[in-house]
Each structure stands twice: as C-alpha cells, then as structure tokens.
Design a protein around this ligand. Structure first.
Ligand code: NZQ
Ligand code: ZN
Length: 392
C-alpha cells in the first residue's frame, strides 16, 4: 500500500549565472540587519565575497560577518553565530558556502531565538524544540548535501565526539541562490565527495521494500544517472557549466523531500558515516563512498534482491536476463567502480586513517543504542560487521 504523505518545500530558488541581482530584494523582505556566514575563505578566493558584499551594501543593509565555519561544522561556531544574532539584533542570516556553512547557519538562526545552549537542539537525549528560527537565505558554492533546500543540518561536538543531525521545518531556507559557476573552483576531490553524498541520499531512499510510487523510483534512477554522467565531466572540466548545473540541481532534489513520497524507513549509511566523521573528522561523502557498497553487500538476500535487480538494470544497464543474484552483485561492482574508479575515492577505512579501535562504540551510537530500522534492520553487531568489511 502506498502511504499518504505531505510535500511542502517552499524554498524560492534563484538558479543560474545572473541571479545575484535579486539578492538585495530577497534579503530586504526580512529586515535590514544581515549576518553573512562563511567558511575558511574559499568565497574570497573565488571572488564571490566581494560581489555579495556589494549587493548587500547597494541594498542599504547593515552587514555583519561570521567566518571560519569548519567542514563538519562544530557547535562552537553555532554558539558564536547565535550570540552574534542576539548581540546585533540580526533580521536575516545569509549562508554563503557548502553544506557545512549552511548547516551551522540553520542552528545559529534557531539558537538566536532561545535562551539555552544550541547543543540542546542536537543532543538526542534533550531534543530541545525548534519551533522558530530567524529567516535564512543561502548562496550555495558546493553541490553535495542539499542543505540549500532541506530542513536538516548536522553539527559536531568534538568534546563528546557526537555528530548529530536534526530536522525541523523552521530551518528551511527561505531562498537559495544556485549559480553553477560558483562551483567551478570546487576541487576534483570535493566534487567526487559531493557526488558520492548525493548518490547516497538517493540510495538511502531508493533501497526500500515499502510500496511506493513508480514515478518516484524512475525519478531517482534519473537523478542517479545524472550524477554518474556528469560528476566525471565536472572533475575533468571544472568549468563545464552543463555538468556543474546538473550536479547542482540534483543535489537539491536528492534530499528536498520529494523522492521520499510515503516511505518511512530510516536511512542506514548516514548514521554510520556520521560516526566516522565524528571520531575521525573525515569528509562526509568519502565516508559514504566507503560504506555504501559494503552495506549493500551485507543487506543482499533472496528477500531484498529485487531492488538490486531494478537498480542494476535501470541505472547501470545490466542485462535483465541474467539470474537476479548475478545482477545484484554486478550492480554493487558497478557502483564500486564508479566510486573508487571513476571518482577516484579511497576504498577502505585504513586508507583514510581509521582502525577498529572505536567500532563497537560507533556502531552502538549509529543504531541509537538498539536497532536502525532502515532497508533491513541493523543491530550493533551488524554495523560492526559492515565497518569490518570496510577494512579491506
Ligand atoms: O570552508 P571553505 O573555505 O568555504 O572551503 C570549503 C571546504 O573546505 C570548500 N569549498 C566550498 N565551496 C567551494 C570550496 N572550495 C572551492 N570552491 C568552492 N566553490 O569545500 C570544503 C568542504 O565544504 P563543506 O561545506 O564542508 O562540504 P559539504 O557541502 O559537503 O558539507 C558537508 C557537511 O554537510 C553535512 C555533512 O555531514 C557535513 O558536515 N550534511 C548535511 C546534510 C543536510 N543539511 O541535509 C545532509 C548530508 O547528508 C550531510 O550529512
Ligand atoms: Zn549526506
């Protein structure tokens, strides 16, 4: 049976090369004092910073800045931003960067309106309500997370070694500026990690045995084929507009809620990967690339094989007349070839400096202390096994 669902993603998207002229009018809808947030300086190197500042000044707005948001953004950055919003009576936040900058900005916007520590939003034992947030506008510079069009964010607390995610409608950006030329300078490595991340966002939903709309499966297959086609082009020709544009719009649609339909299963690789990033600060997309084919192997059985067949035939063009198990294994090989061959990402955990030391703790946290109800249910020992499969 196809479940009921609500689709409601009211983000205004300004897509294309010449949209920044709309920034001032968009920001002014919310007031006059803007906090612009960004990361380690890439936006200055690519010349975007100057253009954005000019638009804000031309709009007659008062500009405040917070820089230095880390990849795998940390709670201290969020605390700093929330405090700045309070100190300067900020009306609207403008996040300029990748997923890390946008995620951190979301929780600054929520933290600005409460008296407690913003970590209380992320702490799974507290789950402080997020009913309101200051308005957020984003200018995306890296196609990967979809944070520009979703209600979520992920924040790290280095003291407790937690990397926790949280969803809340109030965190949805009011508008996002998606100019593919802003991603021309993204390195081949970050482009590959972004592609692996988007691919995972789709796989987490697609690999699901609940009934759902056929049109959504076709849509997801189209998104995956788009990533497979254009990620290598963008890596080789960083200024290929068609490739960057396809990746950018795919990043948003992979996670903006549309593909979920009525599916209600939890994601599997993301909770596992967040433990790797929390303990070892590795790039999110890289961790997903290493985990995903192993997880797929682990979950393959007579009960699940039909989904792998659909994936293998429709995404990688594998011969449908082969036996189902053969198609399934070929599909996993095709995905591995894409991730570790075409995208040139590292294949094993030891290659990225991870050993077995924390597997038990990370696995226990990944399953929330009990069971991860994803494509197939996973217990702590299952996740430990999947981590071990990533050792070679
Ligand atoms: O910090 P700067 O100097 O900006 O450099 C960044 C950073 O070093 C650089 N970069 C960004 N745009 C660039 C650029 N370099 C050159 N040219 C440009 N145009 O790229 C590096 C990585 O940036 P980051 O924002 O960390 O990458 P990404 O967009 O992949 O974000 C990753 C974070 O998002 C979370 C991840 O867990 C991770 O913390 N996620 C957020 C999600 C969400 N909100 O829904 C879902 C995802 O599954 C994910 O968990
Ligand atoms: Zn992700």
């Amino acid at each position: 049976m196809i479940n009921d669902f609500i689709y409601d993603i009211p983000v205004r998207v300004y897509f294309g090369r010449d949209q920044l002229k709309n920034l001032g009018s968009e920001l002014k809808k919310y007031g006059t004092r803007v906090l612009m947030t960004y990361g380690g300086g890439s936006i200055k190197r690519i010349g975007l910073y100057d253009k954005v500042v000019k638009e804000i000044k031309d709009a007659g707005m008062e500009l405040y800045e917070l820089s230095g948001i880390e990849p795998n953004p940390r709670i201290d950055s969020v605390r700093r931003g929330a405090q700045m919003c309070k100190d300067h009576n900020i009306d609207v936040l403008l996040a300029v960067g990748g997923g890390s900058t946008i995620d951190a900005t979301k929780f600054m916007a929520a933290g600005a309106l409460v008296d407690h520590d913003p970590w209380d939003f992320m702490d799974y034992s507290k789950q402080a309500p997020i009913e309101r947030a200051l308005p957020i506008v984003t200018i995306l510079t890296l196609s990967a997370t979809g944070s520009e069009m979703d209600t979520g964010g992920v924040i790290t607390n280095p003291e407790t070694k937690d990397k926790n995610g949280r969803l809340a409608p109030a965190l949805l950006p009011r508008a996002s500026f998606l100019d593919p030329t802003n991603t021309f300078t993204v390195s081949p490595y970050q482009t590959a990690c972004g592609a692996a991340d988007m691919m995972s966002h789709i796989i987490e939903v697609y690999f699901n045995l609940q009934d759902d709309l056929y049109m959504l499966d076709c849509f997801m297959e189209g998104l995956m084929k788009t990533i497979i086609r254009f990620a290598p082009v963008a890596m080789k020709e960083p200024e290929n507009y068609e490739a960057r544009a396809n990746l950018m719009w795919t990043s948003s649609w992979a996670i903006n809620g549309f593909i979920n339909g009525g599916k209600r299963k939890a994601w599997s690789c993301h909770p596992m990967e967040h433990e790797l990033s929390a303990y070892y600060d590795i790039t999110h997309g890289l961790g997903l690339a290493i985990l995903t084919p192993r997880w797929m192997k682990y979950c393959l059985s007579e009960a699940t094989v039909s989904k792998y067949v659909q994936f293998g035939v429709n995404v990688f063009g594998i011969d449908p007349s082969l036996p189902p198990m053969e198609i399934a294994n070929k599909a996993i090989d095709c995905l591995s070839d894409f991730l570790f061959g075409t995208l040139q990402l590292k294949r094993t955990l030891p290659e990225v400096g991870i050993d077995e030391e924390h597997f038990a703790t990370m696995a226990s946290k990944a399953v929330g202390g009990d069971t991860l109800h994803g494509f197939i249910d996973l217990k702590q020992h299952d996740v430990e096994e999947i981590f071990k499969m990533c050792m070679k």
